[in-house]
Design a binder for this molecule. Structure first.
Ligand code: ZN
Length: 239
């Protein structure tokens, strides 16, 4: 399976905490999740100058696009966000991680503001599985514990998810719909809240297994359409 991973590099990753969490770089740690699952991974960088390398060829060959972004959402062009949303509608799978709840592709696909409550305080999070039969949660038990994470809480401004798999709980009493699937056109998008860049969450075996299973789940089961056609409106496509 062809997976493109867009991972932002921001100054928080160059701090002592950031380097301690991911000495090899969070981008490499994330890419390895999918490499270990047998995927052919194209790792792409996003930074203050935008997204590098996500051209037509890479995007149009990706079966699943994984997106981690935070500081530089505004540097992603509306045109690129539109192309990504269009490809999801045509069947590509997408995984939006952590602060990607405010990324342009996520907002484009959900149609809401993506706003939520947050507190960055290295807090314990317990992700409760609320759909034990869901393929994303296969073999992962009733809950996944994350020793240190950024609190993300409700109200989370998203449409009612098509499939809710996990609810995150924090010691402050907050909860979040933290693992959910949105079906868009022929495609599926999975959102997963853990993964602040200064906590080594993506090294946890349960999280890696979950992400690999999410990738398998959102991957297209039929070829991604070349374009969306409407018989009544020639050259119709969602931009
Ligand atoms: Zn964060």
């Amino acid at each position: 399976m062809k997976v493109a991973v867009v991972c932002e590099h921001n100054p928080s990753m160059d701090t002592e905490e950031g380097k301690k969490a991911y000495p090899e770089g969070m981008n490499e740690c994330l890419a390895d999740v999918f490499r270990e699952a047998g995927c052919e991974v194209t790792l792409l960088r996003a930074d203050e100058n935008g997204v590098h390398g996500l051209d037509e060829t890479v995007l149009e060959s990706a079966e699943v696009l994984v997106w981690w972004g935070h500081w530089y959402h505004h540097k992603v062009s509306d045109e690129l966000a539109g192309k990504i949303a269009d490809r999801v509608h045509r069947g590509m799978g997408m995984i939006c991680l952590h602060s990607a709840h405010k990324s342009k592709p996520f907002l484009r696909l959900t149609g809401t503001s993506g706003s939520l409550k947050w507190r960055e305080d290295a807090e314990f999070e317990r992700l409760w599985c609320v759909d034990m039969a869901h393929p994303v949660a296969r073999g992962l038990g009733e809950f996944i514990d994350i020793p240190e994470e950024e609190m993300y809480g409700e109200p989370f401004d998203i449409p009612t998810p098509d499939e809710l798999v996990y609810i995150g709980w924090f010691r402050g009493g907050e909860v979040l719909r933290g693992g959910c699937v949105f079906r868009r056109g022929r495609g599926k998008m999975f959102y997963f809240n853990p993964g602040h860049e200064t906590y080594p969450t993506y090294k946890l075996p349960a999280v890696r297994k979950l992400l690999a299973q999410a990738c398998e789940y959102v991957a297209p089961k039929a070829p991604v359409l070349e374009k969306l056609d409407c018989p009544h409106i020639p050259e119709f496509s969602i931009k």
